[in-house]
Design a binder for this molecule. Sequence first.
Ligand SMILES: Nc1nc2c(ncn2[C@@H]2O[C@H](COP(=O)(O)OP(=O)(O)OP(=O)(O)O)[C@@H](O)[C@H]2O)c(=O)[nH]1
Ligand SMILES: [Mg+2]
Length: 294
Amino acid sequence: MADIEKYKADINNYSLNNCRHGNQGYGRVLLQVFGLPGNGKSSFINSCKFALEGVFNEHAEAKKKQGGCTTRRVPYKLTDTIMMVDNRGCPTLNKYETGQIFAQLANLLPINDEVEWCEDYKKNLDRILEEDKKQNYSDFIVPIFVHSVNNRIPSQERDTYKLILKNARKITGINPIVVLTHKSYGGLIETRNTFEDMDSNKIYAIENYTIEDHQQVLGKHREILSFLSQILNEVNFGMEQKRDPKSERNDRMKFILGYLKDIDDEKNREAIREREEEIENLQKEKEKRSCPIL
Ligand SMILES: Nc1nc2c(ncn2[C@@H]2O[C@H](COP(=O)(O)OP(=O)(O)OP(=O)(O)O)[C@@H](O)[C@H]2O)c(=O)[nH]1
Ligand SMILES: [Mg+2]
């Protein structure tokens, strides 16, 4: 029990001011929870709050729901310094949807609003530029990828996952911390291996508290609090170096705008290819008609 109280005290008293070079302009730690729908993101946030505060509440709505339950980016306060953000999960992993994951991760989409995202480059750009007016650059972002062991990743999708995790690292400067939920449902070792093969080096397995089952368990509390405390070590490590929140935000912005532009260029090239094919087919058709077989 003593370790649990120690973890709680460390988490509750954590301040960026105590980092090696002081807070360097960062105001809070933003634990950016992301992943596909239904993998336990909201439940994980509820579990963290339960372990830290001692009372279970469905802070973040957690349900089995077709098409995703959480559709906004919702922030949940863990302490005065630590915030968890429940990001919208993406049902598919096409380039537009992954662009949306990255824009959320980079903290370039508004918090507390519906995450509206579409295939229109200009609209997405406007949304990001509008949010940028708030000049919110004082968050130290930690990416946390939540994935259920129930959700086996087919081998043909591994490259896409790998790319998402790699881009998340580029955006935030931290290799995403992987949280595997439903850990007692079988398949944990296999899923862990899959993530290790995708270059993940920080993988935690937990069983979330849920609305159906939130009987307090010492082992679960310990696991979750130990997780949070290790995340703070990660932040301390990142703060060992001199950094500048403003230029980091600019770099994130550059990355996202470049990514969106590339997708748009590809879409336009694809449209041109289709058009050329159409013309070619019409041409062939015309030739056939003007040259009947004798
Ligand atoms: N047994 C068990 N159930 C879990 C666990 N994590 C989540 N669940 C259940 O799985 C379902 C989906 O969990 P959510 O937390 O809503 O998942 P989400 O990732 O927030 O989903 P979206 O908001 O739709 O993106 C809910 O019914 C949860 O109760 C877990 O570790 N163990
Ligand atoms: Mg959710």
